[in-house]
Design a protein. Structure first.
Length: 98
């Protein structure tokens, strides 16, 4: 699913008050963490993930891997926080058409 800029802006507005649902620990991106992210996406559709890493390249690689593995849409990264969206079957969030 490709989102327009207007739709991304709308979702970012909805994400603003949210707290990170998943936070990566010292072990980095494990299968357990990916499963937790999948659960959160299925349940909430719009989530924040905290990726605490001092190395910018490592953090970027981890975020790219999360997006690739979950097939979600990356909306924004602010510091250590990744905001992502993936529509579930129930379509909990109604997105404006244009």
């Amino acid at each position: 699913m490709k989102l327009t800029n207007k739709q991304k802006q709308y979702l970012k507005g909805l994400a603003h008050p949210l707290k990170p649902v998943v936070q990566l620990g010292g072990n980095g991106l494990t299968e357990g963490v990916l499963a937790e992210i999948e659960n959160a996406l299925s349940h909430h559709e719009l989530i924040k993930i905290k990726v605490p890493s001092d190395d910018r390249e490592e953090k970027a690689l981890i975020m790219e891997a999360i997006i690739r593995e979950t097939k979600a849409e990356k909306l924004q990264t602010i510091g250590h926080v990744l905001i992502m969206y993936r529509q579930s079957d129930e379509k909990k969030i109604s997105i404006p058409k244009v």
